[in-house]
Design a protein around this ligand. Structure first.
Ligand code: PMP
Length: 294
């Protein structure tokens, strides 16, 4: 399939970057993952704002303005679809600081390396949504700049592998607060939500919780569907006592968590099954895909 590297279109397996690229040396780069439905970009402007914030935080100049990114990403979608890559895609874009002899400090005047590729988008189907996700919990051992969507993902990779090792789908990271108590950060590549007394509760963005694009989306879907929703810290005990647990990300969209640390989630007849708040939000999400893609 075609990809884009530093202004050139080429086949993915022919794309090469120099070993001194700081993305390779240090993980010194920023990325985004943008879902595409029916060849249209879902919540494109929200992704561009987060990209801008991440780039600014690490002092990499944004190589393109909003309209140039849109044109480039639309061209990628069309090229990939024409090459048989399908109409539902996940666009991956990565900007690294560039190529330079290996020094820790940030050399001035580098030309950022810009890379875009597309992978097939297979959101969870009916069977997976019915089964739900199985999660484990683990102490959050990552850095405190999780607000930056950095390509330095070793902590997230290690956290996800713990889930794989346990035969689970995702690791929910828990953090000891400086003044006591334990709260939910996020999943290894997802945001975490709980349902308590009919209300959806999500974790506010911080250095330990990425501002997922679905954070604002789910708040507005809740408003539309009349579900109470707020962002506030989620305590460990609340996680284990929740009526429902959900995870959200570009690729997984919204998924119910039906097992936590090997135990079924929820209470009564609904124990271990996707809950009613999930079902309503899933429907609203499907509608939003069609209405909020450009
Ligand atoms: N947290 C982390 C660490 C992630 O990698 C992701 C996926 N990009 C998310 C949260 C969810 O963000 P989004 O909804 O933008 O995919």
């Amino acid at each position: 399939l075609p990809c884009h590297l530093d202004g050139r279109w080429l086949a993915l397996d022919e794309a090469r970057v120099p070993v001194l690229d700081r993305g390779f040396m240090f993980g010194d780069g920023i990325y985004e993952v943008v879902p595409v439905y029916r060849r249209r970009l879902f919540r494109f402007d929200e992704h561009m704002l987060r990209l801008e914030r991440s780039l600014t935080a690490v002092r990499i100049p944004n190589p393109h303005g909003r309209d140039a990114w849109l044109a480039l990403m639309r061209e990628l979608v069309e090229r990939v679809a024409e090459a048989g890559g399908g109409d539902e895609q996940l666009l991956y874009l990565q900007i690294t600081r560039g190529v330079t002899p290996r020094v820790h400090g940030m050399p001035a005047g580098l030309k950022p390396t810009v890379f875009l590729m597309s992978t097939p988008h297979h959101p969870p189907g009916p069977e997976q949504r019915h089964r739900g996700a199985s999660c484990i919990t683990h102490a959050d051992f990552r850095w405190s700049r999780g607000d930056i969507k950095s390509t330095s993902l070793l902590g997230n990779v290690m956290a996800r592998q713990l889930a794989m090792d346990a035969g689970a789908d995702e690791t929910i990271l828990l953090r000891e607060m400086p003044h006591g108590g334990v709260t939910v950060s996020e999943g290894s590549s997802s945001n975490v939500w709980i349902v308590l007394e009919g209300a959806l509760i999500g974790v506010p963005p911080s250095g330990h919780t990425l501002a997922g694009i679905r954070l604002e989306l789910l708040q507005s879907l809740c408003e539309e569907t009349g579900i109470a929703c707020h962002l506030r810290p989620i305590g460990e005990a609340e996680l284990y006592a929740a009526d429902e647990i959900l995870i959200s990300s570009a690729g997984r969209e919204l998924l119910p968590v039906t097992r936590l640390d090997g135990e079924p989630v929820g209470h009564g007849a609904g124990r271990g099954k996707p809950g009613p708040v999930y079902a309503r939000l899933h429907e609203a999400y499907e509608q939003a895909k069609l209405e909020q893609s450009i």
